[in-house]
Design a protein around this ligand. Structure first.
Ligand SMILES: [Zn+2]
Length: 268
């Protein structure tokens, strides 16, 4: 984390007003409005994950040079930005262009290299139909978190799902167990010679533990998605709600093993 550096504006900032003017370069109202438009376009692209690195650099460079270009070039920049934004409205803008720019500035100045937003948040607060711009959008469950790097140069789609990580843990443990397999019936003696078979057994147990963690995370992900996508919880029975929230009606934590949770979700 490089707290500070990003907030001190030692360099040109693509998401806010600061240091956008070169020393002494006063901008006209026209330059300012075109610069704001490009910044809004950059914010919409950033928040909709349609900002490949080359485009990000183009936009940053355009924002930087707005005070220095000719009137004709200014008009060209404005036309291209407007057309691009018009084409992107198929994503269902839930905010004004100014608000997108504000969100991008807030993320850029948070002090964190990357801010994470859940798919549910993005769908309900930013864009109503991001699938129109990103064809793979529907494959992610609502609790998937997406990384937004407003100031740096991470332009790949960064996403995190705990169950996906735990699945990988399980798969890696399994591969290690398979590679360490040894036949306990043949030639196992007392002492150090037992270590290979102990290692094999330990890796098998790790694989089983990893499988339980993966299953629990998977089931919890379904519970979380069910809760965020169903704000009206009156349709759930008290028992189902307790399983979903892992809390009793009194608000106290009530943990459950993955198995009853999985069955509860299926039948309630
Ligand atoms: Zn800034």
């Amino acid at each position: 984390m490089d707290l500070g550096i990003r907030n001190r504006h030692e360099q040109h900032c693509p998401v806010c007003e600061q240091l956008l003017n070169d020393k002494g370069a006063l901008m006209s109202a026209r330059q300012r409005s075109v610069r704001d438009l490009v910044r809004q376009l950059r914010a919409v692209c950033l928040l909709s994950f349609c900002l490949p690195l080359s485009f990000r650099r183009d936009l940053d460079e355009t924002i930087r040079r707005v005070p220095h270009v000719s009137a004709a070039e200014l008009s060209r920049i404005e036309t291209v930005a407007r057309h691009t934004l018009d084409a992107m409205t198929i994503a269902g803008f839930r905010r004004s262009l100014d608000q997108y720019a504000e969100i991008a500035a807030e993320i850029g100045h948070s002090g964190f290299p990357m801010m994470w937003a859940s798919k549910f948040h993005i769908d309900s607060e930013w864009f109503s139909d991001l699938g129109a711009l990103r064809q793979d959008w529907h494959i992610y469950p609502p609790h998937t978190r997406f990384g937004v790097d407003a100031i740096g140069d991470v332009s790949t789609l960064e996403w995190r799902l705990l169950e996906a990580t735990l699945f990988e843990d399980m798969a890696m443990s399994w591969n290690e167990a398979t590679a360490a397999a040894c036949d306990e019936d043949k030639g196992v003696k007392l002492g150090d010679a037992k270590i290979p078979s102990k290692k094999f057994a330990a890796l098998k147990r790790s694989t089983i533990r990893a499988a339980f963690s993966f299953l629990e995370a998977y089931v919890n992900g379904i519970a979380s998605d069910t809760l965020v996508t169903n704000p009206d919880t009156t349709k759930f029975s008290a028992g189902a709600l307790e399983l979903l929230r892992e809390r009793g009606a009194d608000g106290n934590v009530k943990m459950n093993a993955p198995s009853p949770k999985g069955e509860g979700f299926a039948f309630d």
